[in-house]
Design a protein around this ligand. Sequence first.
Ligand code: SF4
Length: 352
Amino acid sequence: MPIDNSSKRDIRALDLEALRAFFESHNQQAFRADQVYQWLWQKGAHSFEVMTNLSKATRELLDASFVINHIAVDRQQRSADKTIKNAIRLHDGLTIESVLIPTETRSTACVSSQVGCSLDCTFCATSQLKRMRNLNPDEIYDQVMALDSQSRLYFDRPLSNIVFMGMGEPLMNYKNVIMAVDKITAGLGMSPKRITISTSGIPKMIEKLADENPKFQLAVSLHSAREEVRNSIMPFSTSFELPILLKSLQYWYLKTQSKVTFEYLIWKGINDTQMDIDALVAYAKKVPSKVNIIEYNPTDAADFKAADKEVIERYKQALERARITVTVRRSRGKDIDAACGQLANKLVPLEH
Ligand code: SF4
């Protein structure tokens, strides 16, 4: 008969203190909790059975009391440039996507923070998917661990960077994202400087984040420094006007001394005029920042077409003249690598 796990708690929802209390209440030494915690958050254990430094009785006690709700890589799609897109099944049957993006020297994990998204960026297919729920810290952690294993397996090296640019708005799942980053840095021994949280730009949350003085990087999907243009492609931004966003970014820099990265897609007929270029330069000059221009990879959003190469070049030159660091990022993996959320737009079909 199948075991009914539905009434058991997910052990990874407990912090170390709660786990210690659990052991004490079962007349076991509290340090067992540290061992279990290590298995869960450093060794990525998905069953109690593998926790071999615990007695059989302790493992049975854990098994009778808890579950470990881990993710499963359902399907995988590999691009000619070696980018790997994963469809990830969560314990409740919902699906998200995570991408491993390798270059010559680096492996970058692009992870999701929510199932779907409640924001409404018109160029992003994730916005078509209703936001179902936030991801738990363990579900974010598991994505990273899965991609780290893939990087070791296929490219013979651990992950070098992590970006929160998958499905969802990370700052709308603030607590869980912060908790996940803590677990990831401890679990993988990775410097937080190699982790980037990419937001669509929610000023209050950026300020809250700045107050915590985190050591990770902040990226903002800007895409236009002209209010009316930004409002049209990111309608939610009418509530977060550009000057207010700027103030929050200045506050971020004041608190963290860490430059903001502006993610910037350029589309034909939307933000490809000199006025758009001048607006971006003027905006970026007001806060210590870098600009990351991402070549647009046409998707199903028919209204959006990649800008001409010469427009990208004009943007680049104008930013350089203003002494703003600018990089132009080649699209990686068909329909995969773009700003926040874009990679989450093809849930099907994926190849095994
Ligand atoms: S671009 Fe990011 S914030 Fe905007 S709808 Fe897509 S996932 Fe949400």
